[in-house]
Design a protein around this ligand. Structure first.
Ligand code: HEM
Length: 450
């Protein structure tokens, strides 16, 4: 016998739809409180089954990932990210591409990017003057864009408007909410601008790939790796990536890493401003690790509190609110049957705010992540999934974590920041939750450490 998932009434569904646009976290919690961990929402092509529990996360991400495919859920990314991007690949194609791309993000290689990260963060922070107010979110978006473009494409491209401007246009389009999209190539439409921007990016990327294949540039960046790498043969094929595949991976890696990291860094800066005691602890930790001027990948192990602070930012302000899959075969969960071919949504944000997993989940407590600390929590292994999990865990998780820790350490060490309002910024955004309307922070004089 099959037991369908509960379906909210028409009124509740409309209310949830509006809530998801306004404040997705609150709407999800409300849904969970009223219907439990499995809810069937919407109609027609907009009908989804929401799975809202750590157990569901584990099933989707780790226990039976082959039953949960990506392409149908992420097809909106295809016009810009490309047909062969990892995020829209499944099965053997995905496995082969991931095997080839993943070594570019191995710890040893990404450690070499630390100096780009600290250099770009410090370049921005050195322009902030005590007594001024800065839009810290907008400022660090630029920093993060320069870091991701430099590390993936090489230095020449980071300041090259010929690639940066069209990339912004194209990525801006795929990050729109689906209701603001109209994927028809007609004059004056945002879609046409995005497609033209994509063509401009492609021309430059293909020229660069060709130059790299000729050996005209010896830069050691992700593009160099993608052009040279071959599958290790452990899978069914042992080909190198085609030019189209290289292009799709580079553009989609930038897309996957830009908004998500910017959103997390915005919240990290907000939390530094809201909790001067945490900012002070980070500053002292950096000073003990040798000081901000020489901060490098080797210092990360000496920054456990900064690491815990970033983990808490990723928990409380999870950039990924929900992500999607389609299931190949039916399955049972929490006493409900989910038929084959269902559009499924799971939510890192929701499980990271469940009170039975995290005490006082709306309190910002870095101590949760420090073993033996009085605030330490012991959540289910799949309750905290800001980077997803299993064989399709975020490819850039180590890159992004290192970047966030280094940038947070530098921001705390260079300035005293404060939030000049009694209400927190409102989170919003179609792809990742960022502070709506920017993040105006007051920059104050820094007390010397010690
Ligand atoms: C704080 C920053 C980031 C967050 C919160 C984040 C989050 C995520 C999440 C939740 C997923 C899995 C989605 C799912 O299960 O449906 C994912 C996948 C992915 N992320 Fe990230 N990400 C971040 C930064 C990055 C960066 C910097 C890169 C690359 C430079 C990147 C590349 C990818 C790729 C390629 C995938 C797909 C992996 C696959 O299909 O095998 N991400 N990310």
């Amino acid at each position: 016998m099959t037991t369908p998932a509960p379906r909210p009434s028409l009124r509740d569904t409309l209310r949830t739809g509006a809530g998801l646009n306004r404040d997705p976290g609150a709407a999800l919690l409300d849904l969970y409180d009223r219907y439990g961990p499995v809810v069937d929402l919407g109609w027609g092509s907009n009908r989804h089954t929401l799975l809202l529990s750590p157990e569901a996360n584990e099933l989707i991400l780790a226990t039976d990932p082959a039953n949960f495919t990506w392409r149908e859920s992420f097809w909106l990314l295809v016009p810009v990210n490309g047909e062969t991007a990892l995020v829209v690949s499944d099965g053997d194609d995905h496995a082969r591409r991931r095997r080839i791309v993943q070594p570019a993000f191995h710890r040893r290689r990404i450690n070499t990017y630390a100096s780009v990260m600290t250099e770009e963060a410090d370049r921005e922070l050195s322009t902030w003057r005590p007594g001024s107010t800065v839009d810290a979110y907008a400022a660090f978006r630029q920093v993060i864009r320069r870091i991701v473009v430099r590390c993936l494409f090489g230095d020449r491209f980071a300041t090259n408007d010929a690639i940066v401007a069209p990339l912004e246009t194209a990525l801006g389009y795929v990050n729109r909410s689906p209701v603001r999209r109209f994927d028809h190539d007609l004059p004056g439409t945002a879609y046409r601008r995005a497609i033209r921007a994509r063509a401009a990016v492609d021309e430059l990327v293909f020229a660069e790939v060709e130059a790299r294949r000729r050996g005209a540039d010896e830069t050691d960046d992700v593009l160099a790796w993608l052009v040279a790498a071959e599958d290790d043969g452990a899978g069914p094929t042992s080909d190198a990536l085609t030019d189209q595949e290289v292009r799709d991976q580079v553009v989609s890696l930038i897309a996957a890493g830009y908004d998500t990291t910017s959103s997390a860094m915005g919240w990290s800066l907000y939390r530094l401003a809201r909790h001067p005691q945490h900012a002070g602890a980070i500053r002292e930790e950096v000073a003990s690790a040798g000081g901000a001027d020489s901060l490098d990948a080797d210092d990360l192990a000496a920054l456990p509190f900064t690491g815990a602070f970033v983990q808490e930012v990723l928990r409380h302000h999870s950039p990924a609110v929900m992500s999607g899959r389609h299931n190949v075969a039916p399955f049972e969960i929490h006493g409900c049957t989910v038929p084959a071919g269902t559009s499924i949504l799971y939510s890192p944000w929701l499980t990271q705010h469940l009170p039975d997993q995290f005490r006082d989940p709306f309190e910002f407590r870095p101590g949760r992540w420090i073993p033996d600390h009085p605030d330490a929590d012991a959540p289910h292994p799949y309750a905290h999934v800001p980077f997803g999990g299993g064989s399709r865990r975020c490819l850039g998780f180590a890159f992004a974590t290192m970047e966030l820790v280094l940038m947070t350490a530098l921001a705390a060490s260079r300035h005293e920041l404060s939030w000049p309002s009694s209400t927190p910024p409102r989170p919003g955004g179609a792809v990742s939750m960022a502070p709506v309307g920017g993040l105006p922070l007051a920059v104050g004089p820094l007390d010397p450490v010690g």
